[in-house]
Unconditional design. Structure first.
Length: 147
């Protein structure tokens, strides 16, 4: 009886150590997942893109137009034209649409990075499994013909 109690006590003390999760190797593709930008980083990139659009829209291009038509007189307003002036000449909402497109693309990219983070490890494991199966399938097979 004493041996049974000692054995039971030993097993009770060892149970937490046995219950620890097995340290699996890092799943393939997790390094790639770590390199993907977070949704916050993608959103920050969208804000940077909007500022870049603003900078491009403010770029003066009157001098380029003047160089393209050297013999024509250009007024002060024509010489000071910007990309914004040309972009919004026929469409007053052009800049708002550009910024809206950037917001939409940024949102889609954020969703895409989240989905890729879940998909990459699964695809990596599937490719490893496929590689193993192909190696097994292409192993030499020795036929034993009974004659």
């Amino acid at each position: 009886m004493r041996k049974l109690l000692i054995t039971a006590a030993s097993l009770a003390f060892a149970a937490p150590a046995v219950a620890q999760p097995y340290p699996y190797p890092e799943a393939p593709g997790e390094e790639v997942v770590r390199e993907l930008p977070s949704t916050h980083e993608v959103e920050a990139m969208g804000h940077v893109m909007e500022r870049m659009v603003g900078a491009v829209m403010d770029m003066p291009v009157g001098g380029i137009v003047e160089a393209m038509e050297p013999g024509r007189y250009h007024s002060e307003a024509e010489r000071n034209r910007t990309v914004r002036d040309f972009a919004t000449r026929d469409d007053p909402y052009a800049e708002a649409r550009m910024r809206g497109s950037i917001d939409a693309i940024t949102g889609q990219m954020g969703l895409m990075t989240e989905q890729l983070a879940a998909l990459i490890p699964v695809l990596s494991r599937s490719m490893i499994d496929l590689e193993r199966r192909m190696e097994e399938a292409m192993r030499p097979y020795h036929y034993h013909w009974d004659e």
